[in-house]
Write a protein that binds this ligand. Structure first.
Ligand SMILES: *Cc1c(COP(=O)(O)O)cnc(C)c1O
Length: 413
């Protein structure tokens, strides 16, 4: 796997570009993504399936910048969306609607209308009432809408509770024991093509075991559905593969996981679908920020940076760990400090009691592995304009989202 960020002459670089140059030119906070790393991660999925019929649907919610989506569309990716807004982005970026699957527990009537009118591939449905709504809208458009029920296999993904979705206690999917009776009833509705099943048990999975356990359950269900006369042809295994936020975390390799899926499904005549988000974009991105102040209290050292929880909420929301490294490596001296932002919340921290390089006011640092669930969760809290986003491509870079201005903050008020 390509490790896009490394030091050259003590300067952190990506694809031959010195990150400090980007920070100086575009300001901070600033997200930077490596196009080569993103494409490599996407192609690793695509290639791993070999000759098995398949489609990779990039999960747009992980990072929905238009330039990134355009790049993915050109590489042949499909898209997993969870809202009408994400469909709008995909279409705007030139994505093929015939390669879009629509997931999510609460699709509105307007969103279903928009998706059917756009001609998406299929809906991953999470309730019987949703199937009925899709059927009625498809009837009005005089089409048959492809729909797959999202199965809740009651498997513990053993990840953070907020990103675990495959237990019966979670709001997601339909209890695997009730799926067949719903297909039986829905088959009579007339405007649905019930040709698939889908499943997504959580995110940041560091072990393939729960994924394969869920797959076993879903394959048993496919057999049961086919025996009852439902022509199941598609199997969507969702996303969920984790990434290494620290050196200790060892995520499963994409190749190993996909090959295990292919082995279990060989000869079943199923089109295989996956919806990876994090594992494609997380390690391709960093958040650049500048050290503003250092201050020492009775028992703590603080490094105050110009990025905050409104730019990257993962540490506050999921107790997530992001490595913090200097853009210019000075010497081997380290400090132990809390790295915090300017927002008026004690939850506004990036690291606590972290050993890091001895950085000073004016130095730049990078929060690593920030390409997924970073900018997309950014807000304007504390009336902070959202950060710029930059895409590096070969030896150059371009701004793919301008830093917001104060005027942007009050637009629409
Ligand atoms: C969030 C989500 C994904 C992507 O998950 P990652 O962990 O980012 O790979 C895929 N499918 C569904 C239905 C999701 O909700």
């Amino acid at each position: 796997m390509l490790e896009p960020y490394f030091y050259r002459d003590n300067e952190l670089t990506v694809e031959g570009v010195t990150l400090a140059d980007i920070a100086k030119k575009e300001g901070t906070p600033c997200y930077v993504y490596s196009s080569a790393a993103i494409l490599e991660r996407y192609q690793a999925y695509d290639r791993a399936f070999g000759i098995a019929p398949h489609q990779v649907y990039y999960a747009v919610k992980a990072n929905s910048n238009l330039s990134l989506l355009r790049m993915m569309a050109e590489a042949g990716a499909g898209f997993d969306i969870v809202s009408g807004g994400e469909l709008f982005r995909v279409l705007k970026a030139g994505g093929d609607p015939a390669k879009v699957v629509f997931s999510g527990v609460g699709k509105s009537r307007e969103e279903v209308e928009y998706a059917i009118a756009s001609g998406i591939h299929s809906f991953n449905c999470e309730s019987e009432a949703e199937l009925a709504l899709i059927n009625s809208i498809a009837a009005r458009h005089d089409v048959s809408a492809r729909a797959a029920l999202r199965v809740n296999p009651n498997v513990d993904a053993r990840t953070h509770p907020y990103i675990s979705t495959g237990l019966h206690d979670h709001k997601f999917g339909i209890n695997i024991d009730h799926v067949k009776e719903i297909y039986d009833r829905a088959a009579g509705l007339g405007h649905l093509k019930l040709e698939g099943v889908s499943c997504h048990i959580g995110s940041q999975l560091l072990d393939t075991k729960p994924l394969l356990e869920a797959l076993d359950g879903v394959l048993a269900l496919v057999e049961k559905l086919r025996a009852a006369g439902h022509p199941i042809q598609e199997l969507d295994m969702g996303g969920g593969l984790g990434v290494a936020y620290t050196d200790e975390q060892q995520p499963p390799s994409t190749e190993t996981y996909i090959q295990l899926v292919c082995k279990k499904t060989a000869g079943l005549g199923l089109k295989l679908m996956v919806e990876p988000g994090r594992s494609i974009v997380a390690s391709a991105g960093v958040l650049l920020t500048r050290v503003m102040y250092r201050k020492t209290t009775a028992n703590k050292e603080f490094v105050i940076v110009d990025a905050a929880m409104n730019d990257l909420i993962r540490p506050a929301l999921y107790q997530a760990h992001h490595e913090i490294v200097p853009l210019r490596h000075r010497d081997a001296v380290t400090i132990t400090a809390d790295v915090v932002g300017p927002v008026c919340e004690s939850g506004d921290f990036f690291a606590r009691d972290r050993e890091l390089a001895n950085v000073f006011s004016g130095d730049y640092v990078a929060l690593m592995t920030a390409g997924a669930y970073g900018f997309v969760q950014a807000s304007n809290y504390n009336s902070r304009p959202r950060a710029a986003e930059v895409m590096v491509d070969g030896a150059g870079w371009k701004v793919i989202r301008k830093r917001e201005t104060f005027e942007d903050l009050v637009r629409g008020e």
